[in-house]
Every structure is written in C-alpha cells, then in structure tokens.
Design a protein around this ligand. Structure first.
Ligand SMILES: [Fe+2]
Ligand SMILES: [Fe+2]
Length: 249
C-alpha cells in the first residue's frame, strides 16, 4: 500500500490543486502505443472484463458532478473549486480515452453496460456533493489496488506505462477528494457509512475481477486489507483538514 502522505507535487505537499492539475496536464508520462507487444489471448480474456468496466467508469461526462460542485461553490464562495473540478473531470476522461486506446490495440470491445458502474453512478446522483465524493473516492481507492494489480497481471510495457500514469493521477485524486471531505465535514455516521460502502464495493469488485488481482499478486485478504487501509488514510486526511477548518472558524 502506498502512503498517501508521501504523495507530493514538485517535492512539496500539494496546497494549490489548480496549479497541480494544470501542471499535470502538460507533464504526462510517455505512453508508447506503437510498442505492439504480443499479449496472449488467454491474458486478454483475463483482463478484458475489468478493463472494459474501468474504461466505462472513468468516462462519465461529469455534468451532474459539475452542477453539484457549482451549487456548492455558490453557497460557500469557493469558486476556485469549480475550476479544479473541471480539470479533475478532464483527467478522468483522459483515463477513459487511454484505456479505450489500449482496448483498440488489442481488439477489446467497449462495455455496453456495467452493473457496478451503474450502481456507483446511481448512488452518486442520489446524494449531494458529500455523497458524490464519498462514492467517487471509494472507486478511486479501489482503482489504486486495481492498477497496481493490472500492471503485474500481464507482462506488457505499454500496460505498465498506462498503470503508472493512472496510479500517479489517482493517488492525487484520493488526496484531493479526502481533503474536500474534510472541508465539507464528516460525521461519525459518514465514517461508518464509508466503511460499509468500501467493504461492499471492494467485495463486489473482487467477485467480478478477482482473477486479475490474483494474477497481480493479491490474495483476497491482502486486497481487502489494502482497500480498508486506503480508507483509513483517507479518513485521517479528511479529519486533519476538518480540524484545521474548525480552528480557522
Ligand atoms: Fe481515473
Ligand atoms: Fe480519479
């Protein structure tokens, strides 16, 4: 498990998210789609369902999220957050496009529907900004373990490059969302809900894509404890931010 507190921007703790997103957009890792490596049919079959699901999950247009963020910004006066979110959504769409490009190389068709993605979207849309972020960051924490596993499940330089970029971005997304949860404020009930949501979601992902995690070196116990570990870290970041806010007000 990666320590979220070790994640920095230009060697420092990230304090200006807009500057970070703007910089990151222009400093991506090089992805060489011309590598044309051979990946066996068996390996493609093993990774395809999860890659399809994550490609779909990463690809939301973000209009509902942005509307919720705008309402929040109008209430709180935090207009800068809207700009940060525009960049964030753009990053997620880039993730989806990157996975689609990889799928095209290996003739993996896009998913028409994805049960898990549908549930995540429904949950997100049925609640306010806090609910949206709670769901979003849960998926992002699971993605940390997923991209770690995927990079090891198949021997492919291109897939390795893609997973490295995803991990780099998602680690910062988890920090970004966790800090915002702290700014909004989490109650004991919210923290309990987060645990339940993570346990249920991580379990559902394992049920569908456990094979990829196993091939990536995870046992179910190791995977579950990593997901819960990320949640603990996210909770701590949120708590620190919340305490800071309370001191300031
Ligand atoms: Fe993403
Ligand atoms: Fe993300």
């Amino acid at each position: 498990m990666i320590r979220l507190s070790s994640v920095t921007f230009k060697g420092e703790k990230i304090t200006d998210w807009l500057a970070y997103f703007q910089y990151n957009e222009k400093h991506l890792l090089k992805l060489d789609f011309a590598l044309s490596e051979k990946i066996s049919k068996e390996e493609i079959r093993m990774i395809a369902p999860s890659v399809q699901a994550f490609q779909k999950g990463e690809g939301s247009d973000g209009s509902h999220l942005l509307k919720t963020v705008e309402d929040y910004a109008n209430k709180t006066g935090d207009i800068r957050y809207v700009k940060e979110m525009v960049y964030f959504i753009r990053e997620e769409n880039r993730h989806s496009t990157t996975l689609k490009k990889f799928m095209d190389v290996y003739q993996i068709k896009p998913a028409v529907t994805c049960g898990l993605d549908g549930i995540f979207r429904m949950l997100r849309k049925s609640s306010g900004l806090k609910g949206e972020i709670l769901v979003l960051v849960t998926a992002e924490m699971i993605a940390l373990s997923y991209y770690t596993a995927l990079s090891k499940a198949v021997s492919s330089e291109l897939l390795g490059q893609i997973c490295r970029q995803m991990l780099r971005d998602e680690l910062r997304h988890v920090l970004f969302q966790s800090e915002r949860l702290g700014k909004i404020g989490l109650t004991e009930k919210d923290r309990h809900l987060r645990k339940l949501l993570m346990a249920a979601s991580a379990n559902a992902v394992w049920l569908k894509f456990g094979k990829v995690f196993e091939r990536g070196g995870y046992s179910k116990t190791a995977y579950m404890s990593e997901c819960m570990g990320y949640l603990k870290q996210s909770d701590r970041i949120a708590e620190e931010m919340q305490e800071k806010q309370e001191v300031q007000t």
